[in-house]
Design a binder for this molecule. Structure first.
Ligand SMILES: [Zn+2]
Length: 146
């Protein structure tokens, strides 16, 4: 056996395949397919490979930042909805417009007239949010006189 033959792995593989084709043709086909798979990806030049690795790292970092921003955005949307609901409850408890609190002349609900007390407050909600109504000091029970 020549030394050049044993030193070259591709020549060795070819010789083994030749032998296999005689003894077991089906296995030879499988071996050919496997060899083809390992040969197909052409080696990238060193400089290009470094550049590809650098870009892949940048892409992964950017994707991680995007995921973090998406999580933050979902959290902010949830918090905004919570605050919105709480404000709407408070507006109802105070008899104010839940959309604009009387600050928007073009409000579709109140046309800017929805300041607190403009409509009958939701007393149940009011008691839950602000505690039970108490009469003012030095006057008769005003909650019952109105
Ligand atoms: Zn309004």
């Amino acid at each position: 056996m020549a030394d050049a033959d044993t030193a070259d792995p591709q020549a060795m593989a070819r010789r083994m395949l030749d032998g296999l084709q005689e003894s077991n043709p089906q296995l030879a086909i499988l071996a050919q397919l496997m060899q083809a798979r390992t040969i197909v990806p052409e080696p990238v030049s060193e400089g290009l490979s470094d550049e590809v690795m650098r870009l892949a790292d940048q892409l992964a970092a950017a994707e991680a930042r995007i995921d973090a921003m998406k999580r933050q955005a979902r959290k902010l949307v949830a918090l905004h909805r919570e605050a919105d609901d709480r404000l709407a409850d408070l507006a109802a408890a105070l008899g104010a417009c839940g959309l604009c609190w009387g600050e928007d002349d073009f409000c579709p609900s109140c046309r800017g007239r929805g300041r607190p007390g403009m409509v009958r407050p939701d007393f149940e909600l009011r008691a839950r949010l602000l505690g039970p109504a108490r009469p003012r000091e030095g006057s008769a029970d005003q909650t019952t006189t109105h």
